[in-house]
Write a protein that binds this ligand. Structure first.
Ligand SMILES: [Zn+2]
Length: 416
């Protein structure tokens, strides 16, 4: 026989006594079955209650296939003695958790009917999560207007503080009620009525008046599995969420010394400004690097390499430099600016304080294999690198050897 469910008729009942009918000791938990209970077991999208039985913490509540409600006490759940069959026990339910679940679950009934009225969308499933809840509604093309409209309808029901009633009816009586969805159970059906608004078969714990649900706020929506998933919070959760949202928006606005509502447009302006500044910095960098490349070429010695047959190559300028704290992209840009101005090779290095970086480049008319040359140089720095014959980059941790490594590479270039 199933357990008598006290929450069916009184969802405000948080303390009760009951008689233990069975106790099963497991390796990790003790399962306690009572003749009657106000503990709600996980089901219908709503998580279980928690609380205590004779002082032992109840960490989970489930319903078995015989309709009995199993209270799970963890090992070391003390301080109370483990209940024994036949004894009367004192039970207590965590009121804050129950109220939270009642607010979210009752809010879901209200919101589901509101979506039917706002855009003809039926609710297909409900999930009460730890932070927010979701319903999946039968809606192909969700719009902001539909969300706002449903939210308005739902909150009007809350503000009117409509009574919420529990009816236990027969199947025939249920058939005459304007139920939002069909009942999945046979025999006596429990119907939750929100006065003049919604009738739904349901076994969960609900508020007795809509006002108890508090604000119903839609946080967002997304298309999911050919339906629309709506995320929402009710009551205390809506208050917590409002504070978080208000804090975040206020902090952003403070950064710009504007009022809260002007935050988004200030952020947008700052992003635009940043974009054009980056563009301007790049333009100025191009100018500066062109100048720098010109100066380096003027100071660079004229060289002539000898190839394997002993024949001299084209005369070219050899630019070698160790520059303080440049980023690799800037070093590459500088190397290009040097070698694009005529026959030249650029062996550039920089040290960012943690590692050495190298860029080797040469103009198109020279025969040197800079990739191979750079690979050896990076090895000497304890690192790696490579690239094409005309442009290569890399680096290594032994930044102290940077000057020597570049000098060696320059010598190697000339002695082929
Ligand atoms: Zn319900």
């Amino acid at each position: 026989m199933g357990t008598e469910r006290l929450y069916y008729t009184d969802s405000g009942l948080l303390e009760f006594s009951a008689s233990v009918t069975e106790v099963r000791e497991g390796p990790n938990a003790t399962h306690i079955i009572l003749d009657r209970t106000a503990f709600y077991p996980t089901g219908g999208g709503q998580p279980n209650d928690t609380g205590s039985i004779n002082g032992a913490a109840i960490i989970d509540v489930i319903e078995d296939e015989d309709g009995r409600i199993v209270h799970v006490a963890g090992k070391g759940a003390g301080p109370g003695p483990i209940p024994v069959a036949g004894k009367t026990v004192e039970c207590r339910i965590d009121g804050a958790r129950r109220l939270d679940h009642m607010q979210q679950h009752s809010g879901q009934h209200i919101l589901s009917q509101a979506f039917v009225q706002a855009c003809g969308a039926e609710t297909r499933s409900f999930h009460l999560g730890a932070a927010t809840s979701t319903i999946d509604i039968d809606l192909q093309s969700p719009t902001d207007e539909c969300m706002r409209s449903a939210e308005e309808i739902a909150n009007r029901v809350v503000f009117e503080d409509r009574p919420m009633r529990v009816h236990l009816v027969s199947e025939a009586e249920a058939a005459r009620l304007p139920l939002r969805k069909e009942s999945a159970v046979q025999g006596t059906i429990r119907v939750i009525e929100i006065d003049g608004f919604d009738w739904s078969p349901c076994g969960g714990t609900h508020a007795s008046r809509a006002g108890q649900v508090g604000l119903i706020a839609i946080k967002g929506f997304e298309r999911a599995k050919k339906m629309t998933r709506v995320e929402f919070v009710c009551g205390q959760r809506a208050l917590v969420d409002y504070r978080l949202a208000n804090d975040a928006a206020t902090k952003v606005a403070l950064q710009f010394s504007v009022d809260r509502e002007s935050g988004p447009s200030s952020v947008e302006r700052a992003i635009q400004e940043n974009r054009s500044l980056k563009k301007r910095v790049r333009e100025l960098l191009e100018i500066a690097l062109r100048e720098e490349a010109g100066r380096m070429l003027e100071l660079a010695p004229q060289m002539q390499a000898i190839d394997k047959t002993g024949a001299p190559s084209v005369p070219f300028k050899m630019v070698t430099a160790v520059l303080p704290a440049r980023d690799l992209e800037e070093l590459r840009m500088l190397a290009w600016k040097i070698v694009e101005r005529g026959p030249s090779a650029a062996l550039l290095g920089t040290n960012d304080g943690q590692a050495a970086k190298l860029v080797f480049a040469r103009s198109a008319d020279l025969p040197f294999a800079m990739g191979a040359l750079l690979g050896k140089a990076c090895q000497a720095l304890g690192g790696r690198g490579g690239g094409k014959p005309d442009m290569a980059q890399g680096g290594g941790p032994d930044a102290g050897k940077l000057q020597a490594v570049i000098e060696n590479a320059a010598t190697a270039l000339l002695s082929k």
